[in-house]
Design a protein around this ligand. Structure first.
Ligand code: HEM
Length: 136
């Protein structure tokens, strides 16, 4: 195994331009593998390798349950280790402040009363007009 340390900014580098060729790197167990030449020969297909780039693919790799012979092949593609001191700390998500909710129900209550009273008033008015016109 080589001992070269790779800064973690390379974590997110999916494909890098090198001598005009695209290089495919995967990160497994804090180690970087250049699988460019393995893409066509990977028994799981090239798409699965490409989708494992740009992230820590350790879990994906382990979930597949690679055989020990597959793990033995990895050294051929080993490039170097990630330098853990260069890993940025996880940023804590702070939700943006929202305008405080002030439950003022008075307007809503007033509208509900109006919705009830206005039809009653119209009905009363109609009855009154009817009674008035009949007595005449
Ligand atoms: C240098 C890295 C890798 C090597 C050398 C490698 C090698 C192999 C080999 C030899 C096989 C045949 C089955 C076996 O022997 O276990 C295989 C299958 C497979 N690999 Fe990888 N692999 C690598 C990375 C990955 C990564 C990062 C993924 C992402 C999930 C992956 C996904 C798969 C899948 C889905 C199969 C097919 C499994 C099946 O059909 O049962 N491999 N790989």
């Amino acid at each position: 195994m080589h001992n070269s340390c790779i800064p973690c900014r390379f974590w997110v580098i999916v494909l890098i331009c090198f001598n005009g060729q695209l290089t495919t790197l995967v990160l497994l167990n804090m180690q970087v593998y250049d699988v460019t030449k393995f893409l066509d020969d990977h028994p799981g297909g090239d798409e699965v390798l490409l989708s494992a780039t740009g992230k820590d693919a350790t879990n994906d790799f382990e979930d597949v349950g690679h055989s020990s012979s597959a793990k033995g092949m990895m050294e051929e593609y080993y490039v170097g280790d990630i330098d853990p001191s260069t890993i940025p700390e996880r940023q804590k998500y702070v939700p943006p402040k929202q305008a405080s909710y002030n439950p003022d129900n008075s307007t809503e209550f007033f509208i509900k009363i109006l919705q009830f009273l206005v039809p009653l008033a119209i009905l009363g008015l109609a009855i009154a007009v009817r009674l008035y016109t009949r007595s005449e």
